[in-house]
Design a protein around this ligand. Structure first.
Ligand code: SF4
Length: 218
């Protein structure tokens, strides 16, 4: 393949479907995720859309998932949830140990699911302009499990324009400045001049939930 930054993401997705027919899509239903779903639908994706419910999502996020599930009946939406006895585990661990909280509520359920399904590749919606830590993202990330990033080179104006042109059900919080939406205890609106993910774990020295470290992805 001879891909460039301006290559249509649908070309990348179609290639992925041809070469890795058992691939899975993971999503948190942020703007990127919603756009990727539509592009994947147009490219013929009929597989799973895996979401990890930490128990702390905004109601708007769960409603967005439900709206997307209705919009794409040809896909199979899977919601994973950690099995954590609150009394033994600590109800508000995100305050004192956000890494441990993410590890237990996000990473562990997805790891277990991927270990069971063993997909050959993961389709996901990250893009370079989301954060400095993602500035070198490419269409393909080799590893133990290949990660395919069709939106790597799209920026926020392009994503918004696509979402509007296709009347996509974007999480309503997005339009209030929640450009990257995770759990409510760890997400705030982005301020003028900040990067897209600045509202995640703000002031806690944490930038990722851990799903992108090693072999896992969301
Ligand atoms: S984002 Fe916050 S509440 Fe959600 S799993 Fe991570 S630490 Fe816990």
């Amino acid at each position: 393949m001879n891909w460039k930054a301006e290559t249509d993401p649908r070309v990348v997705i179609a290639w992925a479907l041809e070469h890795y027919p058992g691939l899975l899509m993971t999503s948190a239903f942020n703007l990127n995720g919603v756009v990727l779903l539509e592009l994947a639908a147009q490219a013929g994706y009929r597989g799973e859309v895996v979401f990890v419910d930490t128990g702390y999502h905004f109601p708007e996020t769960l409603q967005t998932r439900d709206r997307l599930q209705e919009r794409y009946p040809q896909m199979h939406f899977v919601t994973l949830k950690a099995n954590l006895p609150e009394e033994a585990w600590g109800k508000e661990r995100y305050r004192t140990d956000p890494d441990g909280c993410c590890a237990a509520r996000k990473v562990a359920p997805l790891r277990a699911y991927l270990a069971q399904k063993n997909p050959p590749a993961l389709l996901n919606a990250r893009s370079r302009d989301q954060a400095k830590t993602r500035a070198h993202l490419g269409f393909l990330e080799p590893g133990e499990r290949l990660r395919i990033n069709p939106l790597a080179f799209w920026d926020r104006p392009a994503l918004e324009a696509f979402a509007k042109a296709h009347n996509l059900p974007v999480n309503p919080l997005y339009w209030s400045g929640f450009f990257s939406i995770g759990c409510w205890p760890c997400t705030r609106a982005v301020r003028p001049g900040e990067e897209v993910r600045a509202g995640r774990w703000a002031g806690r020295g944490k930038t990722e939930c851990g799903l992108w470290e090693g072999d896992q992805a969301l």
